[in-house]
Structures are given as structure tokens and as C-alpha cells.
Design a protein around this ligand. Sequence first.
Ligand code: ATP
Ligand code: MG
Length: 568
Amino acid sequence: MRYSEMFLPTGREVPSDAELISHQLMIRAGMMRKLTSGIYSYLPLGYRVIRKFEQIVREEMNRAGAQEVFLPMVQPSELWQESGRWVHYGKELLRFRDRHEREYCLGPTHEEVITDLVRNEIKTYRQLPRNLYQIQTKFRDEIRPRFGVMRCREFGMKDAYSFDADEAGAEASYRKMFEAYNRIFTRCGLKFRPVEADSGSIGGSFSHEFMVTADSGEDAIVLCGTCQYAANLEKAEVAAAAAQAAAAALPLEEVHTPGVRTIEEVCGYLKVKPEQVVKTLIYDADGTAVAVLVRGDHEVNEAKVRNFLGCGVLELASDEMIVKATGSPRGFAGAVGIKTRIVADHALRGGANWVMGANREDYHLRNANPGRDYPDPEFADLRAIREGDPCPRCGGEIRFVRGIEVGHVFKLGTKYSKAMRAVYLDRDGQEKTMIMGCYGIGIGRTVAAAIEQNHDADGIVWPLPLAPYAVIITPTNVNEQPLMEAAERIYSGLVQKGVEVILDDRDERAGVKFKDADLIGIPWRVTVGPKKLAEGKVEVKCRRTAEVSSLPLAEVEGFLQARIGEGI
Ligand code: ATP
Ligand code: MG
């Protein structure tokens, strides 16, 4: 491609909302433009990168035996009513009506549509397993679109759905996708980690998020410094501490604590450590109040509470519910005398003489003891892990790093197939429910994540597999005939060999051209200048290493082909 003919508006200006470097560089390198909040157009350079990534995804999905389909983006509400998500999905689902007043949504994901397709066509075990995927636009009305295409409203996703006859098959399908994802992100040259994620009621580790590591990432990744354990914050298990030797129970005491509400205030006022305090949170679990107890220095992990209770919706209780359950306003809840189910984090097991709210405004208790003062709670792992905690697998030290979730593999089980009756006849003519998995990759988000990991002060440094072009040829002065002739010759030679190459034939100063070449991140730059050309040579520069080789004209093609062949 000749630069002079390209639609490639590069520049220095960055929009004020562009906090992330990838967002800034995608604008500055002329890859994309914002149309409106959370909605972007890809320009030719950006779209080439998108297509490169999609092609890698496609090849690996096909290799893993998945078959490509293309499903509608507009989906009828009836299907979502069947699955129950018309009610539960919330405001991210963009709903609208057609001229006949029928309700639809723009697909934020495609479980309903694919399950409908498969239930109508697959009838027997002989037609299973199947894995169908598409690369398509999704719409999610994100509450706070940000970071460019990293968290936007309209975005490209690869989504795959597997259908199996039994558990073993579903697990094999899951493993295949897990391996395909490893290959995809490895091929892109990204540093990433698959991490265990919360799989709701399914349990086990049948959900993994693929995280590209980056300090700017929105998600915390929990890693063990010793073993391979990696999980997201929601999922990370906390090892149960060794049981403490039970202290002798002291007499229960009610203390007047005017205006004292937070753990910090309680500790300051009563001169105790947070480890001696029980924090009591009242949750609304599907409409029923439940008291959740954690140690004062710990935080509740709501995903764990939800899984333990097996409830659908879990949120902090309303003031009204708190008054009903505890008899006091918010801020003074405790386990003694409470009229709800009590569940406690396992760090409280074996402890004695706790400080806690007295269920009475402006009062706390000292020396509250389970069994004596309140019923023995149900214990479970309910708290959020912290840096420095022991690893739940090997006891090593836990540390946190930041990451960007680019993909997600999930064993769905029968959630949708049951609700939507996706059934088949097994070997002995019995009707059975299909077991599903779903597997997503954010296309634009992965490209943005690649930039977060691959840039420097001058711009993007594309890993070759994602680079929009492999080579840019820069004659330093287009008005000098011999320079242009040499540049044209290298250009057509590379084009003939199938190398993706830009010829920067703009009548611009060399410095301007070099800046643009660095900004858009082309892996190899060939500089055709008068001094070197007088010796029959040109300079070849590697964007990533800044290494410069001075090569005779006849060797340039071979050199570049060899390096590109090596994947550099
Ligand atoms: P997040 O927690 O970041 O909102 P999610 O759990 O909602 O992600 P999934 O429903 O698993 O995401 O979607 C699959 C993939 O689609 C994600 O791994 C991510 O790469 C991408 N994705 C999800 N939401 C967005 C978005 N708003 N903008 C861009 N990509 C997205
Ligand atoms: Mg989301």
C-alpha cells in the first residue's frame, strides 16, 4: 500500500477521556474513532489488526473442531423469557420494539439463540457433540463505557457454544477450548495467564478467565509465589486457618459506644484489634435476611456467599430489612439475639470473646461467644483473599497482579438446555438434557490489551502476528529519483513475495515519516537515504529492538523474509 493513498489519520491529539495508553495510541495511530459513548469505528489500519486477530482465532477454533456460524444480532424477547434472562439480565440489555410492538433486544451474548437453533435440529446422541462459534458484534449497554474498545458498548466477540451428551464429553469440550485459547494468545505473542474463575453453582474449576497481564488492567489476579495456583479475586479460595486453642469464655458485657460504627471506630473506642471484632453484615438473599459474619480485618466475598447460600440475587439488606432482623438501625448488627440464619467465615471458627454490634443503637458487646450467646453459625469460606495470605493449594505466599480479561471459558451445565428444553434421545431411547459450555473472546479488547503490553514512548510495537503490515519502506526524499527507484524496487519485490508492506511515498520530511512509522508500530522499517544508497545499501531497522542493519539492496528481501519467517 502506498502511504499517500491511505486513509490513515495519525496525530498527537488525544481525547480527554483517553486514560489508557492503548486508547490514546489507537486514536493517535489512526486505528479508530469514537462515534458516540462506547461506540467506535475502526479505520483501515485498526481493522487490519482486528482481522489479523480474528483469523488467528478462527484458525484455532477450526483446529479444535468448532464450526463457524453467524447468528442474528437482533433477538426476540420470547427466547429470553424462556431462559429467564429477560427479567434478570438488567439494564445492559438494550431492548426495543418493532412496528408491530413486538419486543426484541440487541444480543449481548447468544446462549438463547444458539440453544434454540440446536434444540430444533439435534435430536439424538449421534449428532453430539457439536461446537458452534461465531465472530460477531455484541451490544451491552455498559453503565460506564471506558478505556476505548476495552470496555465499550458495541464490540466484536468470538463466542462458541458446545453441546455434549454427558459430563465427560462436556469436560472434554471444555479442555479443547482451554487449549485452543492457550494457543490463540500464545500465537499473538501475549503474556497471559488462565485463572480460575467463579462458576456459580457448577463448582470445581470449570470456569477460567484468560488474563493478559498489565498494570493498567481492571482485574486483580491472585497468584501463588510458589505453585501454579492462579484465580480471580471472586474465586480465590482462602485456606482454613488451623483451629485456635479455645480461650476461656468471659462474661458477656454490653458497652455504650455512642456514634461508633465502623470497625476502625470500634477498635479505637474499645482499644481492641480488628482481629478481635466480628463484622456482621445483613444480606438480602432472594428476599430473606441472612447475617454474614467475618472477622473485623476481613472483607466479605459476595460471590462465595451467593454460592454457599445457593441464592440468585444477593445484595446488602435495606434499612427496613435490617431493622426487622436486628431491631436496630444500620451499623450495630451482631449475632446475639438476631432473628436470621447466621453464616460465618471459617476464620471465626474456634474463636471466643468477640466484640460485635449489640443490635441496639449505640451499643456493642464484649465477650460474645458462639454456643452460649448466639447459635453456632454455619461456617464456610466466605471472605476475600488478601496479599500475603497462604496459598490454598501449597501454603506459599499469595500476591496480586493486575490483568485484562480477554477471554472466558465456562462450563454452563444444563442452565440453558434445561430452561429451553434442549434435549436428545440417548442410546436406549431415553430423553436427556444436553450439557453446554460457552467460550468468549473479546476481539477489540484483546487488540487493546496487546497494545498495553507492547508499546514504548514513540508508539505501538506490534507483535508480528498482529501487525497491520510487516514492513514500511521510507525513502527520505521522494523528489530524489534514485531513492524512489530503489524504494519502488524493494516495494514491488516484497509485494510479489506476499509480504505486507507500506511504501511511505509522502512528500514529507524524513523525521515526520519516522515518527509515524514508530507510532503505528510497523515491525520493520527500511530507510532508503542518499548516503547509504551511494554505497548500494539501505538501512533496515527493527521496531522492537531498535537494531539497525546496513544491507546491500540485493539482500534486503531475503533478510526481511527470513526474519518475518522466524516470527519477528
Ligand atoms: P467483564 O467482566 O470485563 O465485563 P464479562 O464477564 O461481562 O467481562 P463475558 O460475558 O465473559 O465478559 O464476555 C466474553 C469476553 O468479551 C470477555 O472476556 C471480554 O474479552 C469481552 N467483553 C466483555 N464485555 C466487553 C466490553 N464491554 N467491551 C469489550 N469487550 C468486552
Ligand atoms: Mg461484563
